[in-house]
Design a protein around this ligand. Structure first.
Ligand code: NAP
Length: 307
């Protein structure tokens, strides 16, 4: 692959930014990678790890002269960061983000950007339950989707350039409007995370009665819930605060289905349960056939597709 951007600035230096830097380096996609993170501790860690060519002590310094700026901070921080760096973005630069919900990020970031900047929101559907500068790896985006949610009137060349960057990092790229993105993600990621958080909370409550049995005998199902429920609290707080409407819509539907299943259990309607589970098994098969997971029995424990 050849170089796509001369200088890329990564704002926020955790799992996603670290993985992007390593993936860009591996494929030679960026001439130079500049980084910035909020705490001096993270900045020093990244200087030691060396996945950026330079780490600056301010976001403003980091974005100077950048052709591409990527916001890799928790979503709640994106508006304030955009307000700070907006006036320092160069003419013709592209600003993108990796936030897990799109409509609220667009509302928070867009107003702070000068007209000469191409703003192209994005979201790589790849992650793990680990966070921080030590958790990134070059292969995170391989064979995963990256959804770009361009606004009407987006410059086609700037869009094509950003799409080739993601392809160069191993992703499949698709465009989607932001509202649709948020609904799809509420179904595939946000509501499931909330259910996992709840299930682990219930088990924790139960543990007070049954002592350590919940941990001791936790077989696949519950263990997978605990893995998901170990995801970063700041990031997931922001997911639910920013994708509120779509998540509430899906949780409403989830509750209705749950009541239907609860009723089938109470009335002993085995046929309903069997039909339901046959249908859900077919969905799982579809995911494997689409190449988005393996049917290995340890699914999800080594590395996972997240949000
Ligand atoms: P992370 O590992 O927790 O890293 C977040 C980084 O942002 C840290 O370097 C942190 O700096 C920095 N930061 C936090 N607040 C900041 C602020 N106000 N100003 C400047 N820097 C700030 O997070 P991540 O998992 O990479 O997630 C980053 C973004 O990617 C989120 O918006 C999330 O929605 C999205 N995303 C995550 C996943 C996933 O599974 N993790 C997947 C797809 C998309 P300090 O270390 O100094 O606090």
């Amino acid at each position: 692959m050849s170089q796509i951007y001369g200088r890329v600035a990564l704002i926020g230096l955790g799992l996603i930014a670290g993985s992007m830097a390593m993936a860009m380096r591996r494929a030679g996609l960026a001439g130079e990678i500049i980084g910035y993170a909020r705490s001096a501790e993270t900045r020093d860690t990244v200087r030691e790890l060396g996945f950026c060519d330079r780490v600056e002590d301010s976001a403003v310094e980091a974005v100077k002269g950048a052709d591409l700026v990527v916001l890799c901070v928790p979503m709640g921080a994106m508006g304030p960061v955009a307000a700070e760096i907006g006036p320092n973005l160069g003419k013709g630069a592209t600003l993108t983000d990796v936030g897990s919900a799109k409509q609220e990020v667009i509302k928070a970031v867009g107003p702070h950007l000068p007209a000469h900047v191409h703003f192209i929101p994005g979201h790589p559907l790849a992650g793990t339950e680990h966070s921080g500068p030590n958790s990134g790896f070059a292969g995170l985006f391989e064979n995963r989707w990256c959804l770009l949610t361009p606004l009407p009137g987006t410059d086609p060349d700037a869009l094509a350039r950003l799409a080739s960057l993601w392809r160069g990092m191993g992703s499949h790229v698709e465009e989607m409007d932001a509202e649709h993105h948020d609904l799809v993600l509420a179904v595939t990621s946000h509501a499931p995370h909330l259910i996992a958080y709840t299930m682990v909370g219930v088990a924790d409550d139960l543990r007070r009665v049954t002592d350590t049995e919940v941990i001791k005998y936790s077989a696949a199902g519950f263990r997978d819930f605990t893995r998901i429920a170990a995801s970063d609290p700041t990031m997931w707080r922001d997911v639910f605060l920013t994708n509120r409407d779509a998540t509430l819509e899906i949780l409403g539907r989830f509750t209705e289905e749950l009541f239907a299943l609860q009723r089938a259990i109470r009335t002993g309607d085995g046929e309903m349960l069997h039909d339901y589970f046959t249908h859900t098994r077919a969905i799982r098969r579809g995911i494997i056939e689409a190449g988005q997971d393996t049917d290995a029995p340890d699914f999800g424990r080594g590395r996972s597709e997240d949000e």
